[in-house]
Design a protein around this ligand. Structure first.
Ligand code: 5GP
Ligand code: MN
Length: 355
C-alpha cells in the first residue's frame, strides 16, 4: 500500500500535539470494516491517552457490539447535543471507511463545517481531498490500511489482542471471508502479524458468524426460496424485500448482511442485487463477480457508489417503482457498461440446463 511518507510524518506530528481532540466517524449503516476500524483506532488512542470519541449518525448493529469500545459510541439519533459539542471542541475528524461526507447521514452538515483538520482512512474509489488522506482501493479493507498506519506510526508491538480482533474483523468481513478483494499477498502477511499479536480468530468468527437468531435464518430462507428471481436476459439475480416482510421476520439491523452474496454462488449469475424497503427509503445492495463494475450502476441510477464488486445506493420511491427502475436500467448496465468481452449472458447456458 502506498502510504505517503510526507502525509504520514505530518500526521505523526499532529498526533503528538497534547491539545489534540479527536472525533472518529464511520459511514452510515456501519459494517464490519467501519466498526472494526473505529474500535481499533479508539482503543489505540485510549492507550495513548488521547481524547477521542466515536460518533455515529445512526447505530452500530448488534452483531458488531462485541467489538471493544463500540457500545460506547455516541449516536446522533439519541444524543445530538453531545455529538455537536464533541465535534465543536475537536480539532481532528477521522473519516473511517468512506470517501465523502455524503456518507455520514445526519452528521454530514456538521462534518462539512468542521473547523479542524480531517484525516481519511478508506479504500473506496474517488475520495475527496482532505488534510491527511490514506486511501487505496486496491487494499482489502480500511482495517488493513489502519494496520499499516499503526505499524508505521507506533510500531506493531502496540497492537494487542482486542485491537487485532477489531482489525481482523474488517479484513474478513470486507473480503467476504477472503473471497473478493483479497488477492494481494500483503493482506495475508497482515493477518499473520495480527495472529502473532494475539488475534483470536475463533472468537471473531464465532461473534460474526455463529450468533444468528432463528429469525435471521428464516428471513434468509424466505429470501432465497420465495423472493429471489433470475432475469431472463441478463446474468442477474434480484431479491426484493418489503417492509412488511421485515416485520414478519422480526428484522434487526444486520439480519440481511451477506444474503446478497448468496445468488453469486449460482453458476451463471454474475450480478446480484438486493432491494430492501426500509422506513426511510429503499436501499439497494449490489454485488458482482470479476470485472463487472456495479458501483457505476449504483452511482448512475441509485444515488450511490462503492467498490467495483460491492456497491450500494438508495431511492426515495415505492418498492415497486424501484424494481421497475432496476430492471429498466439493467439494459443500460449490461448492454452499455459491461464490457462485451466479459463472460456474460451466455453464461446463462449453465443456468438454463438446471431450470
Ligand atoms: P452494502 O451493500 O453492504 O450496504 O454496501 C456495499 C458497499 O457499497 C460498501 O462498501 C458501502 O460503502 C458502499 N455503499 C453502500 N451504500 C452506499 C451509498 O448509498 N452510497 C455510496 N457512495 N456507497 C454506498
Ligand atoms: Mn470497507
Amino acid at each position: 500500500m502506498g502510504i505517503n511518507k510526507i502525509t504520514l510524518d505530518r500526521l505523526k506530528q499532529r498526533l503528538d500535539d497534547p491539545s489534540i481532540k479527536i472525533a472518529i466517524i464511520p459511514h452510515i449503516s456501519a459494517d464490519g470494516d467501519a466498526a472494526g476500524a473505529c474500535s481499533a483506532l479508539w482503543q489505540l488512542l485510549d492507550r495513548l491517552g488521547k481524547e477521542a470519541k466515536v460518533l455515529t449518525c445512526d447505530y452500530f448493529p448488534d452483531y458488531l457490539k462485541w467489538l471493544e469500545r463500540i457500545p460506547d459510541a455516541i449516536s446522533f439519533q439519541n444524543r445530538p447535543g453531545d455529538c455537536k459539542r464533541w465535534l465543536r471542541d475537536s480539532n481532528l475528524l477521522c473519516m473511517i471507511d468512506h470517501n465523502t461526507f455524503a456518507r455520514e447521514g445526519d452528521l454530514e452538515p456538521l462534518a462539512r463545517h468542521f473547523r479542524g483538520e480531517v484525516l481519511m482512512i478508506d479504500h473506496h474509489p474517488d475520495p475527496i481531498n482532505v488534510d491527511y488522506r490514506f486511501s487505496d482501493p486496491r487494499v482489502s479493507s480500511t482495517c488493513e490500511i489502519l494496520y499499516e498506519l499503526i505499524a508505521r506510526i507506533w510500531g506493531k508491538k502496540i497492537i494487542d489482542k482486542n485491537i487485532a480482533n477489531a482489525l481482523y474483523t474488517g479484513i474478513v468481513t470486507d473480503t467476504g471471508g477472503f473471497s473478493h478483494n483479497s488477492s494481494r499477498p500483503r493482506t495475508y502477511r497482515v493477518v499473520a502479524e495480527l495472529l502473532a499479536r494475539g488475534l483470536d480468530k475463533e472468537r471473531v468468527h464465532d461473534c460474526l458468524y455463529q450468533r444468528n437468531s432463528p429469525w435471521r435464518l428464516r428471513l434468509e430462507g424466505h429470501c432465497l426460496l420465495n423472493k429471489m428471481t433470475i432475469e431472463e436476459h441478463y446474468p442477474l439475480a434480484i431479491i426484493p424485500v418489503s417492509l412488511q416482510e421485515l416485520e414478519t421476520f422480526h428484522f434487526k439491523d444486520g439480519d440481511l448482511e451477506g444474503v446478497v452474496n448468496i445468488p453469486l454462488t449460482i453458476d451463471g449469475v454474475l450480478v446480484s442485487v438486493q432491494v430492501t424497503e426500509r422506513k426511510e427509503r429503499v436501499k439497494f445492495s449490489f454485488r458482482s463477480k470479476g470485472e463487472i463494475p456495479v458501483n457505476d450502476w449504483a452511482r448512475r441510477f441509485f444515488n450511490g457508489g462503492g467498490h467495483r464488486n460491492a456497491a450500494g445506493g438508495q431511492l426515495d420511491l415505492p418498492l415497486e417503482e424501484c424494481l421497475k427502475i432496476l430492471r429498466e436500467s439493467a439494459a443500460w448496465f449490461f448492454d452499455q457498461r459491461v464490457d462485451k468481452n466479459l463472460p456474460r449472458p451466455d453464461a446463462r447456458a449453465g443456468l438454463q440446463s438446471r431450470e
